[in-house]
Design a protein around this ligand. Structure first.
Ligand code: PMP
Length: 416
């Protein structure tokens, strides 16, 4: 097999050296960080640390510049038209809650409908579910195709005159299948429906262009794209974002305050970033995107593609092992496996004892696993540093797995 990214990529990641001989295949949960990202964090705290947007002194102004430069890097990386369309959040979860608690509460009334797909992560399901419960709106679920995808026709079929918003995963965190989000968005727009795309599993694997997708909102987490934990991004179309009421209120969001007069808020993006932001996180996230651009997105994609295909070949002749969904048709960094007569926890435990880290269970999407009729899957997920040798090791260890402690008849005892 020809691999596009060379073994030298591994040398950029100190974690891999420190954790040796661990085979880390849980990149959909979180990725390891290249030295460039660690350096960006240290450098920010060593040379620039001071609060942003507030200080009337050189250092604080430089810090503000670094923060805003990071925003511009992210803007370019995701193809947003304007820097103020990039709102720094804590995470994907924080971004979905932001949209639900602002736009959702403004727009959704009793009797309205909110559409989610049958494959959403709890982070893009629970905020919408709670909104519906609190407003008296109806939560409508798009069924998932046998290939593990949201088909445009199935999506179009649930859109109606009362549909206000739709929440859609770009890539399934359970199966790694890619949804036709551009088509879904176009379909939603024909019905006047605003779409929130959860791109947490797409952004690490392929160049995403939010303008091309015509996304209304698009969010992801820094830590899954080789950046730090605690920083995330909400992209929003400028006209939509500027209509949002403030999410949290506090320092940095207002022009002037009295105890009684109406509050005047500052413009985007700061209006939606109350309090001291994670400046070092933003700076390091920008470094992560620059690192990926340095590797080259085409190379990242081809590498990813090859890892997925190699895995599909490697498990093809393992008895009783099934690939869930159809990741081979458009690989995106994830292969999910189920094992006849074996609980995924027993497989995960066996792999762990042999030095291989994977996620097993329902992947924060128990509604999807219930629909698939599975107590869980064993999810293999890749990063830029994974190698064919690691997949060969995975195959070897999988071929020796045996029934263990967990019973398939006890699906309720599960790590969500
Ligand atoms: N959505 C998807 C598709 C995810 O894979 C994840 C992380 N597993 C999340 C949302 C939540 O991300 P975070 O925990 O970083 O907020």
């Amino acid at each position: 097999e020809h691999f596009v990214l060379s073994e030298t990529v591994r040398e950029d990641f100190p974690f891999l050296r420190a954790a040796e001989p661990l085979v880390y295949l849980d990149n959909a949960a979180t990725t390891q960080k290249p030295q460039a990202v660690l350096d960006a964090l240290i450098d920010y705290y060593t040379r620039s640390n001071s609060n942003v947007g507030r200080g009337y002194y050189r250092l604080s102004m430089e810090s503000t510049e670094r923060y805003e430069h990071a925003r511009a890097v992210v803007q370019r990386a995701i193809g947003a038209r304007h820097p103020e369309e990039v709102i720094f959040t804590r995470s994907t979860t924080d971004a979905t809650n932001l949209v639900v608690d602002t736009l959702g509460r403004q727009l959704v009334r009793a009797g309205d409908e909110v559409v989610v797909t049958g494959m959403e992560h709890n982070s893009n399901l629970l905020p919408w579910r709670r909104l519906c419960e609190e407003t008296g709106a109806r939560l409508v679920v798009v069924p998932i195709s046998p290939q593990g995808r949201v088909d445009t026709a199935a999506f179009a079929a649930v859109l109606g005159p009362r549909t206000r918003l739709a929440a859609v995963a770009h890539v399934s965190n359970v199966l790694g299948t890619v949804n036709p989000v551009q088509e879904l968005i176009a379909e939603a727009h024909r019905h006047g429906v605003i779409v929130m795309v959860d791109g947490a599993q797409a952004v690490p694997h392929r160049p995403v262009n939010v303008a091309e997708l015509e996304a209304d909102f698009y969010c992801f987490s820094g830590h899954k794209v080789y950046g730090p934990m605690g920083i995330g991004v909400l992209y929003g179309r400028r006209d939509l974002l500027s209509e949002l009421p403030p999410y949290q209120v506090g320092g940095g969001t207002v022009k002037g305050v009295t105890f009684t007069e109406p509050v005047e808020y500052v413009p985007l993006p700061n209006r939606l970033e109350a309090g001291t932001p994670h400046v070092a996180g933003a700076v390091a996230l920008a470094a992560a995107f620059e690192y990926l651009e340095g590797l080259g997105w085409e190379a990242v994609r081809q590498h990813d593609d090859t890892l997925v295909r190699t895995t599909l070949d490697a498990v093809a002749d393992l008895e009783g092992v099934h690939v869930v969904g159809d990741p081979g048709s458009d690989p995106c960094g994830i292969v999910s496996l189920s094992f006849e007569g074996l609980h995924p926890y027993d497989v995960g435990g066996h792999l762990d004892r042999h030095g291989i880290a994977v996620r097993c269970g329902v992947h924060c999407a128990s509604t999807f696993l219930d629909d698939l009729g599975l107590v869980g899957t064993v999810r293999i997920s890749f990063g830029v540093y994974n190698t064919p040798a690691e997949i060969e090791r995975l195959r070897e260890v999988l071929s020796t797995v045996e029934p263990g402690f967990w019973s398939l008849e006890q699906p309720t005892t599960r790590f969500l």
